[in-house]
Design a protein around this ligand. Sequence first.
Ligand code: FAQ
Length: 313
Amino acid sequence: MENLKLEELFQEKLDREEKIEPKDWMPEKYRKHLIRQVSQHAHSEVIGMQPEGNWITRAPSLRHKVVLLAKIQDEAGHGLYLYSACETLGISRDELNEQLHTGKAKYSSIFNYPTLNWADIGAVGWLVDGAAIVNQVSLQRTSFGPYARGMVRICKEESFHQRQGYEIMAEMAMGSQEQKEMAQDALNRLWWPSLMMFGPHDADSPNSGNAVKWKIKRESNDELRQKFIDKTVDQAKVIGLSIPDPDLKWNEERGHYDFGEINWDEFYQVINGNGPNNVKRLAHHKRAHDEGEWVREAATAYARKQTIKKNVA
Ligand code: FAQ
């Protein structure tokens, strides 16, 4: 069949809300778009372990340590589901890592900011996982089957992550004056970078046109950002913290909060490699990848041995 006809049938399938599966015909641009997004999502989960891993040994109690450890392990699992979903599109894990290490593939801007103290761990769980859930709930309805199904499980785990972060913030906000100040300071530093996680405004988002047409994106960058703000402002009020935005105001007519402008210069600096911790994050990932070479070799050798045994039997 001609490509044009195949594309028509593909679009009709999407319009009927049917999922696209790895062996189905798909336009090359759809495949590439998904490889870009799903792999960047996977890289974000894995690189996102770094700012939190930094605090495992300094968690203030055994309970906090166990909870943080479990959360970080979940993030590794999310990375693995997503890499697997991505591999069904015909790209290998080695190629994906290569794209990350050479800077061809991005990962979420937020993980280029440092976690300076324990309150930051609370803010990461509350705000970063909170923002991730808003996006990922929407992606449960994305058109590519393996990605949509991966999101269902990931969302369940993310809601535990968001709550563990909010619990830390609530504990600190209701603690001593110094602890409250630390919680407010973490919110002040991480609020705006969290809003940047949703990407540029819709009008400045080059990938959104195709993403919406192909039902990869079910809600736009701006719609999701607004949802996150509306939810989070009230959570901040409950624990007595204030959102660091003088323009934040409930708009009765819109039924949403109005908010100030994001610093887009900062956003583009960070996604282009010039954020506070970009160099450190990538260097750490490369080092861990190199040090894990022997594990990959051993696993491949074991798998080969099992196949030979099976063939001989
Ligand atoms: N950071 O045209 P758009 C988590 C790039 S998971 C870096 O709007 P698109 C869990 C974008 O890639 C967090 N780059 O792009 C966790 C594109 O560049 P490219 C990750 C960004 O794809 C918590 C260019 O700007 N979640 O946190 C960012 O339509 C705690 C133009 O932008 C996902 O990845 C950014 N914030 O929309 C883990 C969700 N924003 O690729 C550990 C899935 C934009 O052409 C600890 N991804 N860019 O070179 C998505 O929903 C979308 O890809 C967006 C961007 C919304 C992120």
